[in-house]
Design a protein around this ligand. Structure first.
Ligand SMILES: *Cc1c(COP(=O)(O)O)cnc(C)c1O
Length: 354
């Protein structure tokens, strides 16, 4: 047996979630905030066409998609940096700008990839607890030290679905020192339709230390293809490009993303359907006495504390996969009406949760 190099214990390990598909394949997938809709016909066609050339490497530099995004957002070409999903873009960014021991501030509970991404970059995670279900922006400001390189604002926040509004966010950005980068993770922004929801792409323009993350995984329904991007000033965008493994975004992913941009109206009509369902599910739960924060993403947060795991198991037995955070709460994705009804059927059996 050859001796394989050992992975040092100090290296963080990725842990993947267990598959939740049932043997019967009937499970309603409400655990990963995916879109319930398959790709549009025009997108499927583009994906198939790209698949016929799978013997070729993708176009170097993702030029066409980068151009399309720069036009779509009205930003210069060198302000856009692509990667295989926006979580990986975050990884590229952290790897580029963090020296071991540098601090990364993020809210908590929030996207559970943040701690892992910070660990992989050997940065120190500074978690600022939510205030209720919202970001504690003052707490995040106070947490900034000379070692802080980056602050993440997740808007809307995963898993609470709550939103940081324009006035609060702008005041916060005005107070963050210029040498600290603020990353606005807007993975769910299409679902946030309130008039005072801030648009990161507007906020970053005259702020060199602000960057925005967007993804094709959620509202655009391409989670399986892996494509996301950052919009930021050239030093930030080029740091992300410089740490991307060549050809990491496949030609199929680029083709799917381009076709989805061309079909935005149809995709946003689907988003509207999900938002309607979100309102229906939330109002139904509230009418039964549940406490459900006002959410502007494609999921709802049920702060069930010690009962979270039991409720998650109850849902699983009814073939509804939700995401339970032990001791904290349960996040349920809004899916197609039948899946949401299946979830509500379980919730209806539970009397006195709140
Ligand atoms: C789903 C999600 C992402 C996007 O992940 P991809 O890598 O683009 O699939 C980013 N941020 C948050 C908060 C998310 O929930």
């Amino acid at each position: 047996m050859p001796h394989l190099p050992r992975v040092p214990d100090s290296k963080p390990a990725y842990t993947l979630g267990k598959g939740t598909a049932s043997p019967l394949g009937r499970t309603h997938q409400l655990s990963s905030n995916e879109s319930p809709y398959g790709p549009l016909p025009s997108v499927t066609e583009a994906i198939q066409a790209a698949g016929l050339e799978a013997n070729r490497y993708p176009e170097p530099g993702c030029v066409r998609l980068t151009e399309a995004l720069s036009r779509r957002h009205g930003v210069p070409y060198d302000h856009v940096a692509l990667g295989p999903g926006s979580a990986t873009v975050t990884q590229q960014l952290l790897n580029a700008i963090c020296e071991p021991g540098d601090e990364v501030i993020y809210p908590w509970r929030s996207f559970d990839a943040y701690p892992m991404l910070a660990d992989v970059a050997r940065a120190v995670s500074v978690r600022v607890p939510l205030m209720g279900d919202d970001h504690d922006l003052d707490g995040m400001l106070t947490a900034i030290t000379p070692s802080t390189r980056l602050v993440i604002v997740c808007n809307p926040n995963n898993p609470t679905g709550t939103v940081t509004r324009r006035a609060e966010l702008t005041a916060f950005l005005d107070d963050v020192p210029e040498n600290v980068l603020v990353v606005l993770d807007e993975a769910y922004r299409e679902y946030a339709q309130g008039a005072d929801f801030p648009d990161g792409v507007e906020l970053y323009r005259d702020r060199p230390n602000v960057a925005v993350l967007r993804t094709f995984s959620k509202a655009y329904g391409l989670a399986g293809l892996r494509v996301g991007y950052l919009i930021g000033h050239p030093e930030v965008a080029s740091a992300v490009c410089g740490t991307m493994v060549p050809y990491a975004v496949s030609a199929i992913a680029q083709a799917g993303a381009l076709a989805s941009l061309a079909a935005e109206d149809e995709l946003m009509a689907r988003v509207d359907e999900v938002v309607k369902e979100r309102t229906r599910v939330r109002e139904t739960l509230i009418s039964w006495g549940w406490a459900v924060p006002d959410a502007e993403a494609n999921f709802l947060w049920l702060r069930l504390g010690e009962r979270s795991r039991a409720f998650g198991e109850l849902c699983a037995r009814a073939e509804v996969a939700v995401r339970a955070f032990d001791g904290e709460g349960v996040r349920v994705t809004i899916g197609e009406p039948a899946a949401n009804d299946a979830f509500l059927t379980v919730a209806a059996t539970v009397d006195t949760w709140s």
